[in-house]
Design a binder for this molecule. Structure first.
Ligand code: NAD
Length: 418
């Protein structure tokens, strides 16, 4: 029987957790606990559609582990999302929050739906009913959702409002990634792109690459890819290629980002951009460049195409864009990979800062938020790099080692109830 990509993704995370636990002699009880999600809620719920009909949707909310703090993780709206995919993403969140050393566990949620095919009022009714169904898990002290693919700040505002109606008072800290007007944090929109930029700068420094002379190719022109492009360009990197789901554009002399953003807004696509050659997503991944940022979807670098990668550094903006086989090839070829659980933690770090601000009802300016992000990520990067050098392992294994050590220590200190 063939395994689905969600199943494959969950197996990949579990295998790596397993291997690293064995390598570090981590307690068996800890390893076993991390093989499964602690709580898995599946809901089937009705939504009244604009045409007057009723449709039943399926959604999930899972907490993978909450030893180090409340569950934390996004909600995905996608027609093909599966329970296993959500399990894999929840497990990655447990590792991410541990690498960044923020006081959270890992969680994730999803609804199987095509948000683009729903009207705003259908989307609102679906979101409010899904929130009501998962209210037994979520809360500012238990499990805090955030946006992921297919969801956005407006959806976080509806979740916060629905949850607050149940409590009878406003609970801004129940979600993060909210609009500023209802308790969002400054800096959230660009946060994940910012952590990609910081990771690229720190990698360039480590490898002796001059940012002012370095070239960058980015796959994906959404929240992560577009913000990373803007911030990397601001640091002096030359953006030579970028793509979306329809394909990419390439100019070795550099692409004008403002023009690209304007064209995407106007036509919905970047294809045909002036002074640039049209390329496929496959070609983009194989371009000669210093830094490659896969910031679209999972499993983009696989066994078949990875030997052709010419970048010196890969910054994983997306979750799981490199398969384990591809990872080995990149390692053999000496390509420096900053793994997703480090490179794209900007979103969850600023989510943490939003939650802290929401709990205190005290909001900071953008410089203060970005300063906290910079400090947390720079420390995490230095710890992972140091472990990688000391233990002679790649950055992904080093990040897993740090996360699993923190999880094992926390589990041992808390013990097992009863
Ligand atoms: P998004 O929906 O805003 O953007 C995704 C981009 O990828 C779009 O430009 C889309 O056109 C492109 N794309 C889709 N399918 C593609 C394909 N087959 N080939 C090439 N490009 C394709 O999503 P996002 O929020 O930018 O998230 C991107 C990735 O980053 C996901 O893996 C997500 O889980 C991960 N991530 C996002 C955040 C965040 O804060 N948004 C945080 C951590 C990780």
């Amino acid at each position: 029987m063939s395994t689905s990509s969600g199943e494959q993704a969950f197996n990949n995370v579990r295998k790596l957790i397993n291997d690293v636990c064995n390598r570090m002699n981590i307690a068996e009880a800890c390893r076993l606990r991390l093989m499964e999600c602690e709580r898995e809620l599946i809901v089937h719920f009705p939504v009244r559609m604009d045409a007057g009909t009723v449709e039943v949707f399926t959604g999930f909310r899972l907490v993978h582990n909450d030893t180090r703090g409340p569950g934390k993780g996004g909600i995905r709206y996608h027609p093909d999302v599966t329970l296993d995919e959500v399990r894999a993403l929840a497990a990655l969140m447990t590792l991410k929050t541990a690498v960044a050393n923020i006081p959270y566990g890992g969680a994730k949620g999803a609804v199987i739906c095509d948000p683009k095919a729903l009207s705003q009022s259908e989307l609102e009714r679906l979101t409010r009913r899904y929130t009501a169904e998962i209210t037994l898990l979520i809360g500012p002290e238990t499990d805090i959702p955030a946006p992921d693919m297919g969801t956005n700040p407006q959806i976080m505002a509806w979740i916060m409002d629905t949850f607050s109606m149940g409590r009878g008072y406003s609970v801004p800290a129940v979600t993060t990634g909210k609009p500023l007007e209802v308790g969002g944090s400054r800096g959230r929109f660009e946060a994940t792109g910012r952590s990609c930029m910081i990771s690229a700068l720190l990698s360039a420094k480590h490898l002796g690459i001059n940012a002012g002379e370095a070239t960058v190719a980015i796959q994906g022109f959404g929240n992560v890819g577009a913000a990373a492009a803007k911030l990397l360009a601001r640091e002096g990197f030359r953006l030579i290629a970028i793509s979306d789901s329809k394909g990419g554009v390439y100019n070795p002399k550099g692409l004008a980002l403002e023009g690209l953003l304007a064209q995407k807004k106007e036509t919905g696509s970047i294809i045909g951009f002036k002074n640039a050659e049209t390329i496929t997503n496959a070609e983009l991944l194989e371009l000669r460049c210093d830094i490659l940022v896969p910031a679209a979807i999972e499993h983009q670098l696989v066994k078949a195409n990875t030997s052709s990668v010419k970048a010196k550094v890969i910054i994983e903006g997306a979750n799981g864009p490199i398969t384990p086989e591809a990872d080995r090839i990149l390692g053999d070829n000496g390509i420096f990979v900053v793994p997703d659980i480090l490179a794209n933690t900007g979103g969850v770090i600023i989510s943490y800062l939003e939650w802290v601000q929401g709990l205190q009802f005290l909001f900071w300016d953008e410089a203060e938020v970005n300063d906290h992000l910079q400090k947390i990520l720079t420390k995490a990067f230095a710890e992972v790099l140091q472990t990688s050098q000391q233990e002679k392992v790649d950055m992904r294994i080093a990040a897993y080692m740090i996360a699993l050590r923190r999880l094992a220590t926390a589990m041992a200190l808390r013990g097992i109830f009863p």
